[in-house]
Design a binder for this molecule. Structure first.
Ligand SMILES: N[C@@H](CCC(=O)N[C@@H](CSC=O)C(=O)NCC(=O)O)C(=O)O
Length: 287
């Protein structure tokens, strides 16, 4: 696996970098961003750098690897805690990758929904589940000074991705968190559109990617933290956190959902609580 460094910026004593690489899983060139905290270069007293744990961040509809890194304000706290952040793109892209005919923001490019598509013309490239769970972590482990302690978080479509991937891979992630996740995509317009196109009409095939369905059958899951703004414009129709609460009820799982009064769906909300999520993840990554 080879990759090309396309940007590098000093940030809070560490480095924000972007890379291009050819993804065999997705059949196209992909860009991702990584924040490496100062600890990888040098210890506090001049001792050699160390390997650090990783937080994978999955972004929402219309995003690339850049939204979170530029808008969330996570670098300062990642630098303090000694946690690397990896932010992939939200779909395959490039020549030959099909898009929604109308260029809709909620399907196709920028809207991979973190599933492995089985329907044409999507099945060849739209394999974001395998990319996030397998190919990208392998590349990150190979190329960066990181440990095998990983957590996962995300926003909206990426919140769905983080919850779903964490629930399906409890051994791989030390903790899971989400901002404003699409909790029950099988029952939400964004999810129904994506799943019908990527997975076909058989709703049984949708269950494997729906957090509410997965949580009902989960035996052990990593600790989960969810934040949801009470004034989120997508709350009732698309996000439906009450369904997640209902699915978790009486399960005994380590799960907390907090409704944050007055907050909306934007990165101002993420920026307001990212420090708490980073500290939550660090407490589990460093166990
Ligand atoms: N119509 C809007 C919708 C796009 C939007 O709100 N995207 C959110 C994620 S929504 C769920 O996955 C987002 O994170 N946008 C990027 C940002 O930097 O705010 C539109 O087309 O803008």
């Amino acid at each position: 696996m080879t990759m090309e460094n396309i940007s590098a910026n000093r940030s809070f004593g560490g480095w924000q970098r972007q890379y291009n690489h050819y993804s065999e899983t997705l059949g196209c060139s992909m860009r991702f961003a990584v924040y490496l905290p100062p600890q990888v270069e040098q210890g506090e007293h001049g001792e050699p750098g160390i390997k650090v744990p990783v937080l994978y961040w999955l972004s929402g509809l219309t995003c690339t690897d850049e939204n979170f890194m530029q808008k969330a304000g996570a670098h300062r706290i990642a630098a303090e805690l000694g946690v690397a952040i990896v932010a992939p793109d939200t779909s395959p892209r490039g020549d030959g990758v099909p898009d929604d005919a109308e260029g809709a923001y909620d399907f196709g490019l920028g809207a991979g929904f973190y599933v492995n598509a089985t329907e044409e013309p999507w099945a060849k490239h739209y394999r974001m589940y395998d990319y996030i769970v397998n190919e990208l972590p392998q590349l990150v482990q190979q190329e960066f000074p990181v440990t095998d302690r990983w957590s996962i978080s995300g926003h909206s479509m990426g919140g769905h991705g983080a919850l779903m991937i964490g629930l399906k891979n409890p051994q791989q992630f030390c903790s899971v968190s989400a901002f404003s996740p699409i909790c029950n995509p099988m029952q939400a317009p964004w999810g129904q559109k994506a799943f019908a196109n990527y997975l076909g009409d058989d709703r049984e095939a949708w269950r494997q990617y729906d957090s509410c369905e997965l949580i009902k059958i989960a035996k052990s899951v990593p600790p989960i933290l969810v934040d949801q703004g009470s004034d989120d414009q997508f709350l009732t129709e698309q996000l439906q956190p009450e369904k997640l609460v209902r699915a978790v009820a009486s399960s005994g799982l380590n799960f907390e959902l907090r409704i944050q009064p007055g907050y909306d769906h934007s990165y101002y909300f993420i920026g307001s609580f990212i420090e708490e999520h980073m500290r939550f993840h660090a407490s589990h990554l460093n166990k």
